[in-house]
Design a protein around this ligand. Structure first.
Ligand code: PLP
Length: 406
């Protein structure tokens, strides 16, 4: 797909970006101008299958017509009133999210990082007001190789050196434990632990699936020690793993569920936490908020995004085609591959050290019309929109196989 006659358009847009933008990303050299479903087109007319889906924000497929319609229609009616006034989209959005999750109450924000910050605030306040922890003594347990966003508080408990380097001093009150090891968590519990903050699967770390029973043990430990279980399902939730929520795989229920990304299907930044009354009731007017959080467009887009996901069977498709994709990828006989793992349409192909990193494979895939993004240098992540068809999976696998065996 690179034998295009005019590379200058791509090069020109890249030059514009690089000349005036902060250099805090290193994207693939593809400049996208249009998208539909699982497909995107670049400025030189090349077509690609999107196997990243904006880190699962686009689970419903690009520019899903029903979500676009909700965005446009609501934008024409009323877009923003702030939470100083009420709006007629918010109540219905709350009710639909409540019905979908089974939790009592919703608190809407915009980005994922803000929703994680909200969960941290609610857990701390709950510890002081309900559990009875002494002022400023609350502790939150987190895990190695976590990724929960980029605020100063959140990067403060990252174990990725680059995410922290140069950004201190950091917020105290977090303890990092090894991911996947419930015994260490049990030993680390004490009276001041407000919460355990965890992801059911670690995406950014390379699609790390913890040992079977890990979440169940964490649930047990949190309950025994009267601490909250905060689950960050910003990427794992809303169908990505083949269930609506990844925690369903272990039959548990968190105390606070954190969501974002696909909550808008990629049309708008919409995030939220949901929790039961006992936890959420620690927030009183003025304790927390956001100018854009829960605005009419966000709520209308969120409603349409949830409706599309449920009514069009995307979660079931993720389970079915995810299992098929995993099986097909595992069948590829390549000296470069160490392991293929994942759940639903969320798969990591881990390469052996001698393969020389995942980046060059992602660039080779780009040349064949498949957009993937490496994670942690040596893992190729395959996570297309949940609307992908079996034929499209076959199309992608054929190209992935070609790149991994050449
Ligand atoms: C993307 C992500 C975040 C951060 O969301 P932003 O919208 O980028 O702030 C937090 N946690 C997880 C698990 C994520 O995947």
């Amino acid at each position: 797909m690179t034998e295009t006659t005019d590379l200058s358009k791509t090069a020109a847009f890249i030059a514009l970006e690089d000349e005036a933008g902060a250099h805090n990303y290193q994207p693939l050299d593809v400049v996208i101008e249009r998208a539909e479903g699982v497909w995107v087109w670049d400025v030189d007319g090349n077509k690609y299958l999107d196997c990243l889906a904006a880190y699962s924000a686009v689970n419903q497929g690009h520019c899903h017509p029903r979500i676009v319609e909700a965005l446009v229609a609501q934008s024409r009616r009323v877009a923003l009133v702030s939470r100083a006034f009420r709006n007629d989209q918010l109540g219905p959005f709350y009710q639909e999210l409540k019905r979908l999750t089974g939790f009592d109450r919703v608190l809407p924000m915009n980005t994922g990082a803000e929703a994680v910050e909200t969960a941290i605030k609610v857990a701390r306040k709950w510890a002081y007001k309900v559990k009875g922890v002494a002022e400023d003594e609350a502790e939150i347990l987190v895990f190695s190789d976590n990724f929960h966003g980029r605020t100063t508080t959140i990067v403060g408990f990252s174990t990725e050196e680059q995410y922290r380097d140069g950004f201190g001093p950091f917020t105290p009150g977090f303890t990092v434990l090894p991911y996947g090891d419930a015994n260490t968590v049990a030993r680390a519990m004490h009276a001041n632990v407000a919460a355990i903050l965890v992801k059911p699967i670690q995406g950014e770390a390379g699609i790390i699936v913890p040992p079977e029973g890990f979440l169940r043990r964490l649930r047990q430990i949190a309950t025994e020690h009267n601490a909250l279980l905060l689950l960050d399902e910003i990427q794992s939730g809303l169908g990505r793993t083949g269930k609506m929520w990844a925690y369903e795989h272990e039959g548990i229920r968190p105390d606070v569920l954190i969501m974002g990304k696909a909550l808008s299907g990629g049309l708008y930044p919409v995030s939220a936490i949901v929790a039961d009354e006992e936890v959420m009731s620690v927030f009183h007017p003025g304790d927390h908020g956001s100018t854009y959080g829960g605005n009419p467009v966000a709520a209308a887009v969120g409603r349409a995004a949830l409706k599309a996901l449920v009514e069009e069977g995307m979660v079931e498709n993720s389970a079915r085609l995810g299992a098929y994709l995993l099986e097909r990828l595992r069948a590829i006989d390549s000296p470069h591959v160490a392991e293929v793992r994942g759940r639903g349409l969320w798969i990591g192909i881990e390469l052996v050290p001698a393969a020389g990193g995942a980046r060059r494979f992602c660039e080779a895939l780009q040349d064949l019309g498949v957009l993937c993004k490496e994670t942690h240098d040596h893992v190729i992540r395959v996570a297309p929109p949940l609307t992908i068809t079996r034929d499209e999976v076959d199309w992608a696998v054929e190209r992935i196989e070609r790149v991994l065996t050449s």
